[in-house]
Design a protein around this ligand. Structure first.
Ligand code: ZN
Length: 494
């Protein structure tokens, strides 16, 4: 049970409701290149520490950086997909500070001339749509990684793995447009989805490919001025993000309500204790002494290059959702689930192309297929049932050759044994029975054995009818055509 901080405990819902939070997110995303941003060292995760290093990324004197063109391309893809303007001229700047994980003594980032500015993402939270502005997207190199545990002398020493140093990052800064933790969550979800669709990053949060900091302030509702913002760091999962922001909003309101003031500072989210703790004060702000990077030429992006990158962008999640609803007559909810990843969307489209009706493909994928995949610990790309095989099954169900209940059984066999629906239906004798006289014989038997329910039905209890339908279908092991069962029972019971 996380311990509540003293400021939080006395806040009533009425007090909380008088305030409004203002939230902006800064997201660092690792770009999916094979080599680092300014040298040819590998960016592979998990290699032996300090095996992917060279004079450039170790910051040795005299070593000169050379910009990796693919880094700029990926950042342009992200920028254009996020509706930003990619500037013709941008340049790198040195951000000077000393830290052991930064051997150069400065980070190469972008400052007054970032690669791209002025974009947006449309999100949906709490049933409402909202547009969140994106202030800027810029390029920078990552620092190395300090390792505080896992080594023989970790109790006395810290270790540094320079493999990560020089990995390409894009920092994506949002406008302070979000008002609730849910909106922040929705923004990060939508951003991650766009970065995955465009192949800009693998967005693996456990490996640090996607890192998020939040700027949070509160103000009385109805006021326009911003409160003092606090930067909350270490929000490296979606759950932490929401919890940390929730906590920070409550903490700030508590401080203000008890007559205190919020100092401008950086706080760290501590997941174990469930609260944020001060990390450093920003009131004596770092002077990073930014200046243009003298070892690198400015970045020039001509119209032709920008056009080429724009043309290479895939259909983005929002456009895909709209098209799915429009073309396949599925609900916006279905479309949202099915566009959750590019692979899922591709599977759905392939199934429909192979002849599956859109709505039943959507239903079967969301229930049978995703459930079975989850149980088997498999991703959609490794599904034992191909889109064409699912389409074949759904055509059998839709044309009435097998019942829905049998279809589910067939699906399980397909999933486990990799056989086709047609084969299974033929060899197991599962085809739907429309043999009226056979169904009638079974229905008579059911009616004879349930005199009490017959009496109830005749007394006007319509609900009992379902009982008879269920009994007959069960007696045929799910193979009786439900429509014929209905007709036969109506006739016999009237
Ligand atoms: Zn290197």
């Amino acid at each position: 049970m996380p311990k509540a901080t003293p400021e939080e405990t006395s806040l009533s819902p009425e007090i909380l409701a008088r305030y409004e939070a203002v939230i902006g997110l800064e997201v660092h995303v690792q770009l999916l290149t094979k080599t680092k941003i300014f040298c040819g060292c590998s960016t592979r995760f998990g290699d032996t520490p300090n095996s992917n290093v060279c004079p450039v990324c170790l910051g040795l004197p005299g070593a000169l950086p050379v910009l990796n063109k693919h880094v700029v391309e990926l950042a342009m893809r992200a920028s254009l997909a996020l509706n930003c303007t990619v500037h013709e001229h941008s340049r790198f700047a040195r951000k000077n500070y000393f830290y052991p994980d930064l051997p150069k003594g400065y980070q190469i980032s972008q400052y007054e001339l970032p690669l791209a500015t002025g974009g947006w993402i449309d999100i949906e939270a709490g049933g409402a749509k909202k547009r969140v502005g994106i202030t800027r997207l810029h390029l920078e190199d990552d620092a190395a990684k300090n390792l505080h545990e896992g080594f023989p002398e970790s109790d006395q020493k810290s270790y540094i793995d320079y493999n990560r140093g020089g990995t390409p990052l894009s920092e994506i800064v949002s406008e302070p447009d979000m008002r609730t933790p849910e909106e922040a969550h929705a923004y990060l979800t939508a951003l991650k989805q766009i970065l995955l669709y465009t192949g800009v990053s693998d967005c693996n949060m456990e490996e640090g490919s996607l890192r998020c900091d939040a700027n949070v302030s509160v103000r009385l509702r109805g006021t326009n001025e911003f409160g003092t913002k606090v930067e909350v760091k270490n929000l490296n999962s979606f759950r932490f993000l929401q919890k940390a922001i929730e906590h920070e909003i409550g903490r700030q309101i508590g401080v203000l309500e008890s007559g205190g003031r919020i100092p401008q500072e950086t706080r760290l989210w501590n997941q174990v204790q469930g609260h944020t703790v001060p990390m450093r004060s920003k009131e004596k702000a770092h002077d990073y002494r930014y200046f243009p990077e003298p070892d690198l030429l400015p970045i020039h992006v001509g119209e032709a290059w920008r056009g080429e990158v724009r043309k290479s962008l895939p259909e983005l999640p929002e456009a895909k959702r709209a098209r799915f609803v429009e073309s396949f007559a599925i609900t916006p909810y279905d479309a949202e689930v099915l566009t959750g990843s590019q692979a899922l969307a591709d599977y759905f489209e392939a199934a429909v192309k192979a002849g599956a009706p859109g709505k039943s493909a959507a239903n079967w994928m969301q229930t049978e297929l995703l459930r079975r995949l989850k149980d088997a610990g498999k991703e959609i790309d490794a599904s034992p049932v191909s889109p064409a095989a699912l389409a074949e099954l759904l055509k059998l169900v839709d044309s009435g050759q097998i019942t829905g209940a049998i279809g589910k059984k067939v699906f399980l066999i397909m999933f486990d044994a990799g056989r086709t629906a047609g084969e299974i239906v033929a060899t197991e004798g599962l085809a739907q029975s429309s043999d009226t006289s056979a169904i009638e014989a079974i229905a008579r038997d059911v009616i004879d054995k349930n005199a009490d329910n017959v009496a109830k039905f005749k007394a006007g209890n319509e609900g009992v009818f379902k009982f008879f339908v269920g009994q007959v279908i069960r007696a045929t092991r799910g193979q009786a055509n439900p429509q014929i069962v209905n007709e036969v029972l109506r006739k016999l019971l009237s």
